[in-house]
Design a protein around this ligand. Sequence first.
Ligand SMILES: O=C(O)CCC(=O)N[C@@H](C(=O)O)c1ccccc1
Length: 368
Amino acid sequence: STVEGVELRRVGLPLVSPFRTSFGTQTHRDVLLVRVVTADAEGWGECVAMADPLYSEEYVDGAVDVLRRFLVPRLAAAGRIDAAAVAEVLAPVHGHRMAKAALELAVLDAQLRAAGTPLSRHLGAVHDRVPCGVSVGIMDSVPALLDAVGEYLDQGYVRIKLKIEPGWDVEPVRAVRERFGDDVLLQVDANTAYTLADARHLARLDPFDLLLVEQPLPEDDVLGHAALARQIRTPVCLDESITSARAAAEAITLGACSIVNVKPGRVGGYLEARRIHDVCAAHGVPVWCGGMLETGIGRAANVALAALPGFTLPGDTSASDRYYRTDVTDPFVLDGGHLGVPTGPGIGVVPVPEVLEDVTTWREWLPV
Ligand SMILES: O=C(O)CCC(=O)N[C@@H](C(=O)O)c1ccccc1
């Protein structure tokens, strides 16, 4: 399809409750949405970058700039192209995977809508609904944590992920196990907050039968994760380190991880995410779909991806109301601990016009 123009749009969404991780606390999301207009259809993409470069090197203002000055012009210069070729067209621009992922999804969504093909079918989904986990932030106290976990379990979430950091790890995990038992699927996410010197401390999580410990060490310390994996029993899962299918193959081969969190925004798009899924499947490594507090736009695409066969662990594909009182699309609502995979063409959802207008803080039309 030939792109006629691209709209960059920022929306401001308050979170229903503060979300604290080892790298900071979020109370509000400044989300960049990308709308691609072609002769046949328009498509939507979402950039998962945060306002500040604290999870990765990307941030919203930078994504806007690289899209406006480098990515959209290169897409325009390519003329009529298939969505499968977008990554190659954008490859000369180094990095900026979240910005690239947003543009690629918008092109792919427009193309699939024009063809009447759901994204799930295009990616190779085999399920029509996916089991949902939930990510629980670092809390002010253990009692507050137990209340939050109890509430999510009552809502039907099938897996609990606890954010941890030095000083908030063994005790909250023990408290959740003691209160909710050994059958609850439980995992932890450190977001790079530890070092290899913490190996013996992290081994204190072993008795709690966790599904995994996610990204305990810095994203560039692949060999450190391999060394750690030899010193603890809890399976190591990588997130920030896995920036591509090649990075996944390398980390697995080096023994740095036995589970992978697949996040389309982090790896440059849903097509690279599928390649990571395929590489992991070839190595017998289970994957699950990570989240970046997406609106219904990114959430719809994540649920489609999470329906692929290798996604055998519940992902961070929570309901819209985990984060937002009002989503920009019709809300994703948990049903028996699952979310239904959208069945419409493309990502299968569109922003609700009046909501979108109400939450828009900035927009720019880039003619092509
Ligand atoms: O459910 C969600 O969408 C969020 C899941 C989650 O914990 N995301 C974490 C992460 O490190 O994976 C994150 C949150 C905010 C920003 C970056 C990363």
